[in-house]
Design a protein around this ligand. Sequence first.
Ligand code: CA
Length: 220
Amino acid sequence: MTSILIVEDETRISSFIEKGLSAAGYSPTVVANGLDALDYVATGSFDLVLLDVGLPGIDGFEVLARLRAAGETMPIIMLTARTSVDDTVAGLDGGANDYLPKPFKFDELVARIRLRLRESGQQRVVETVLRHGDVALDLKTRRVSVGDRSIDLSAREFALAEEFLRHPDQVLSREQLLSRVWGFDFDPGSNVVDVYVRYLRGKIGAERIETVRGMGYRLV
Ligand code: CA
């Protein structure tokens, strides 16, 4: 099983990631500061590190520098609340493989993890086109088609469509869709899921997404 070390001091975020990664079939471990991260990585039991920049004690950049200086070659994805170009450049120059600004949606995180693991040769290539019936969604080109018709989706609509196509014929609750597509930056009472399901129906055909009363939505 692929082991992932999560280095994040905000428990709200680390538990969100930990739960999601467990559900996705990974083996996650959480540490809340940089020195612990160095000790854990030194055990040699992790395939990938998710490293927050803002940490107590030594920060994520320092952890990154020390890991690379120690010859550690596993993929390292930096997480940060800061979205400045300087931080991105510093992270990538410092030997990070990728960089994900917070807040992010869980699917985006998993996509990055898969990609980085694949590059590091630890996972086989995965299919990039998701299909169900006559709906096709290309994760690489971000193109969507229904039959011969090409459809324009916004980034959020695309993420929602992706979630449905990954779980065809399954009922997905509003809470599941909210946490998987919108991440932790949304109020659970929000009706944003219903609004976006309506947009998506308007584009791919209303009959393709069924409302299951009191439970959620299903791609049929
Ligand atoms: Ca932090």
